[in-house]
Design a protein around this ligand. Structure first.
Ligand SMILES: Nc1ncnc2c1ncn2[C@@H]1O[C@H](COP(=O)(O)OP(=O)(O)OP(=O)(O)O)[C@@H](O)[C@H]1O
Length: 313
């Protein structure tokens, strides 16, 4: 599969301060990649390196097959970028500002701008300086999306948006991926990324601590289970199932309940040896998994090995 972003051991130090340490990552064409991490983890540093807004201390980066250092102009023409600290000229009206940017990009159909503004609930006649933070963020989203770029790079895109608009944004992103656009979005909120991302990377203290598909992360994260049986089962019936340490058989022997952190397939196979009369499984608590990465990478399970380094461009 074609890679849209290829980073090899990318490192950025700010004087003596750590920004990013040895980030190796590939983002594939058409995927929505969620880049998660707490404040100060290195998300914005990574995004700025992608667009050559800052220069790496070492390592390699290839974006859309281009070198961001030498091919910056061609690269930016093919990217939609929403900075984390989106600012724009407050004296203009929303429509004037968007038309200006559309012209800079060689023209964007007015219908596309109108459609995005309407779906996000953005009043184009308003003066930008009079907009609330959330409405200014909508301007940032429209300018990133309106020219239907091959790659969307969005730094905390839902910051300041109310839940309804967040939902609309997620729909727009999903539609973009369906059209074959690639999305790289940073966030520190798992739930919004979980809703749309195909894969997520978690960054902490400048290093990548997890990289996997949402489906795989979900398969190893904890879920609450309750199973009832037609006849009593031994107390230790499931003790050998990996990830079943949190499950207990009640004194009557007819209910198994608790938290399960293993592969659901292993549990289903073990249950198949008994007559099951009821089964309840909650959605896995991905949020918990992510908090464990945030708080201490050592304590957290690692769903897959670290990614293999990509070659130099
Ligand atoms: N211009 C700079 N000069 C010095 N240190 C910097 C600079 N920019 C970032 N840093 C440091 O680099 C580290 C990573 O910062 P970065 O802004 O990339 O984090 P982030 O994950 O985007 O955080 P947030 O969620 O708060 O935006 C932090 O320790 C930060 O203090």
């Amino acid at each position: 599969m074609e890679n849209v972003i290829e980073l090899g051991e990318l490192t950025k130090t700010y004087g003596t301060r750590r920004g990013l340490t040895g980030l190796t990552l590939e983002v594939r064409k058409g995927e929505i990649f969620g880049f998660l991490g707490p404040n100060g983890a290195g998300k914005t540093t990574t995004i700025r390196l992608l667009l050559d807004l800052i220069r790496p201390t070492s390592g390699s980066r290839v974006v859309l097959g281009l070198d961001p250092l030498t091919d910056g102009i061609r690269l930016r023409a093919r990217v939609g970028y929403l900075p984390g600290d989106f600012v724009c000229d407050g004296r203009q009206s929303v429509s004037g500002y968007l038309r200006f940017l559309a012209a800079l990009r060689g023209g964007v159909p007015q219908g596309r701008i109108d459609e995005l503004a309407e779906r996000l609930g953005l009043d184009q006649s308003a003066k930008i300086k009079k907009l609330s933070k959330g409405n200014r963020q909508k301007v940032g989203l429209v300018q990133a999306l309106m020219h239907t770029p091959e790659l969307l790079i969005l730094d905390e895109p839902t910051s300041g948006l109310d839940p309804l608009v967040q939902q609309t944004f997620l729909e727009l992103i999903a539609e973009a991926a369906e059209r074959g656009q690639t999305v790289f979005m940073s966030s520190h909120i798992m739930s919004e990324v979980e809703a749309v991302a195909h894969r997520v990377g978690i960054i902490r203290d400048g290093s990548l601590v997890a990289l996997d598909s949402v489906a795989n992360l979900r398969s190893v994260s904890t879920r609450e289970v309750e199973v009832t049986f037609a006849s009593p089962v031994p107390a230790d019936a499931f003790i050998r199932v990996p990830g079943a340490d949190g499950l207990r058989v009640d004194t009557a022997g007819t209910t198994l309940s608790g938290s399960f952190s293993g592969d659901p397939d292993d549990l289903v196979k073990a249950l198949a040896g008994h007559t099951v009369t009821g089964l309840q499984v909650t959605k896995p608590a991905l949020e918990d998994l992510f908090h464990s990465y945030y708080e201490g990478a050592e304590a957290a399970p690692r769903p897959t090995p670290r990614p293999a380094p990509v070659g130099e461009a």
